[in-house]
Design a binder for this molecule. Structure first.
Ligand code: S3P
Length: 181
């Protein structure tokens, strides 16, 4: 990520593929730092009064991405907030650029096998509701990897509990705030 712009690291943004633990980790981090917690998917659902699956089905993915983008722009006004983002949000370069102005951007990474293990019993994700979700995970993850890699910090969650990942995130955030990263 380019570091030559002025950045005010008052917030912490978690990006990463579905099933990498952004929500679970985000909650723990927010609790320990005494920050607010915000989840972009939850905000979109509460604002529209609709589920993500319904938005995808009736309006299409592009409409959902527009709602995400609008929301990201508003997040610049937040302070002391852990922002957990939907898995596809950083694929729009403008979204990442917007987040990086006010937040340390941490990507939670996992292998396709681990992701499948974590999401296989869940049904709320429209992008994984097709006939071959395992293949879809591999394809989407490969396509998105260059975006995820633009994060300030990348943490592999395959062999770590949410609590362990949260500790790493907090450690990196404190380092970044003290200017040591
Ligand atoms: C998506 C991830 C989901 C949600 C939507 C699309 C994606 O969020 O935003 O279903 O494109 O990867 P989670 O990463 O929280 O599951």
């Amino acid at each position: 990520m380019t570091m030559n712009k002025t950045r005010h690291l008052v917030n912490l943004a978690l990006i990463g593929f579905m099933g990498t633990g952004k929500s679970a980790v985000g909650w723990l981090v927010a609790e320990q730092l005494h920050f607010d917690y915000l989840d972009t998917d939850e905000m979109i659902q509460s604002r529209t009064g609709r589920s993500i699956a319904d938005i995808f089905e009736k309006d299409g993915e592009l409409a959902f991405r527009k709602l995400e983008q609008q929301l990201v722009e508003e997040l610049a006004a937040r302070k002391r907030t852990v922002i957990s983002t939907g898995g596809g949000l950083p694929t729009l370069t403008a979204n990442l650029a917007s987040l990086e102005a006010h937040a340390l951007v941490v990507c939670l990474w996992a292998s396709p096998e681990k992701i499948w293990e974590r999401v296989r019993n869940q049904t709320h994700r429209p992008l994984l509701s097709g006939p071959n979700p395992q293949l879809k995970i591999r394809e989407l993850l490969a396509a998105r990897e260059p975006f995820y890699r633009q994060a300030d910090v990348l943490i592999n969650t395959d062999l770590r509990s949410a609590r362990e990942v949260a500790q790493q995130v907090i450690h990196q955030f404190k380092l970044a705030q003290s200017g040591k990263r």
